[in-house]
Design a binder for this molecule. Sequence first.
Ligand code: GLU
Length: 291
Amino acid sequence: MSKQPVFRFAPSPNGQLHLGHALSALLNHDMAKANGGRFLLRIEDIDIARCTPEFEAGIVDDLGWLGLDWEKPVRRQSEHLDLYRQALGTLIDRDLVYPSFLTRGAIKVMVGEFEAKGRSWPRDPDGAPLYPGEERKLSPSARQRMLAGGKPHAWRLDMARALATLDAPLTWQETGTGPNGETGAIAADPGAWGDVVLSRSDAPSSYHLAVTLDDALQGVTHVVRGRDLFHATSVHRLLQGLLDLPEPVYHHHRLILGADGRKLSKSNRDTGIAAFREAGKTPDDVRAMFL
Ligand code: GLU
């Protein structure tokens, strides 16, 4: 008998859910039901500065109102920080990550100065400037000195080294579509992200590390999420390869755009699920909008 499918909806409680989240949650829930699978809710709250219990309560309220039910207890990432630290420790021991003391602001200034000379700096798939990579070359003793000095730092993946550990090119199975209609067997391209952050200076993990570990630990077989995370899957596939984790099937769905044609944001109250509830709409009205 094949394995029971496991789906999850994994919001971050740093704002109110909007209609894009509603689509994601409904799709996960409905696909789980249609395939005799399990449906999990995971709260991705490693960013303690921005996530609040009030937003989490709002998420639970909104999903309940939509008519969804999920398994309990709900996994909260802030309760599993040791797990992420442990995985990072494995990568430190294997010399696949290095401490990075440059702040995002400092990188921005460096890139700005470079581009002011009329040259363009390479960008990651989200359009952010790639990390310059200078600190990769720090000597072990200089690294130790800076760490011992207690300077805040992130840990970055040494992408070239990580890629060199692979026996074969990475792919994934896409049952949805990417931004350019990509579907089926997709060739992963983690190198496009440069030396990604796996542990932040202000949190013990990054999104990439926590999401990959949790999907594996919770036995998630199908990752159904917005198309904005299509390219991030390349990093997740690489981490699965490095940490010997199973590979789920991926399904990226379309994004719901606002009247201005842009991706919805959690700060825009008009497109929040809560605003719909208050306006007297029903869960069926929400479903009718996109399912
Ligand atoms: N926590 C992420 C977000 O709210 C989603 C993670 C995922 O589905 O992989 O955007």
